[in-house]
Design a protein around this ligand. Sequence first.
Ligand code: 6GU
Length: 246
Amino acid sequence: MRFDVVSIFPEYLAPLDLSLIGKARKDGLLELAVHDLRSYTQDRHRTVDDTPYGGGAGMVMKPEPWAQALTDIAEKSPKSDGARPTLIVPSPAGEVFNQKLAYELAEEEHLVFACGRYEGIDERVLEWAADSYTVRPVSLGDYVLNGGEVAVLAMVEAIGRLVPGVVGNPESLVEESHSDGLLEYPVYTKPSTWRERDIPEVLLSGNHAKIAKFRRELQLRRTAARRPDLIEALDAAALSKTERNV
Ligand code: 6GU
């Protein structure tokens, strides 16, 4: 899988050299390149922004450098003829990113991220780019960041770890939060008593069916308390009546 990230702050993406994603790149499972938007400007001042038509606060990113960058990247796309790369545009005005979307995007061969700064990118860039990309504005949630870079760090990590081989033990992907629409159960390690607090006794029983039932119950309690919206969204069939009454 290939990722290209375009930003006026390429250094912001340096953490993608580290940890699991950094190792996956070294192992050749993921390819990732970061491009400086200013290297696609033509003027002496390397201008990337200008004032908004219609007035208002802040600056808007100019279309020309984006067109240069996105044309160059699309021409070098590993996608076979006809198939479009996906252009993700981080924006608080996008569809909300979640685990389902992470799984969907992990199936793609080529993802390109266009990091806007200031008040955003001239809207015509997104319209024009739809000729060569599947364009998807995506938001991390209902709050505002100063630019797309931090959102790209989160999305590349969430998507990259779903690519086969990136996470050493694929079982870890099965029992984590959101894999089954619920939050994950609490976990414990040694010592079994710490500052007068015991771990739940059932975890020492060796009875795997009983442990699974206990964990499922904790998942439901925790989700109901912290994220009642997730319980509402659950398929009625996925939730037996007894479970709903815990
Ligand atoms: Cl993806 N970008 C920006 N700039 N702000 C955000 C966001 C993305 N998601 C939430 N807030």
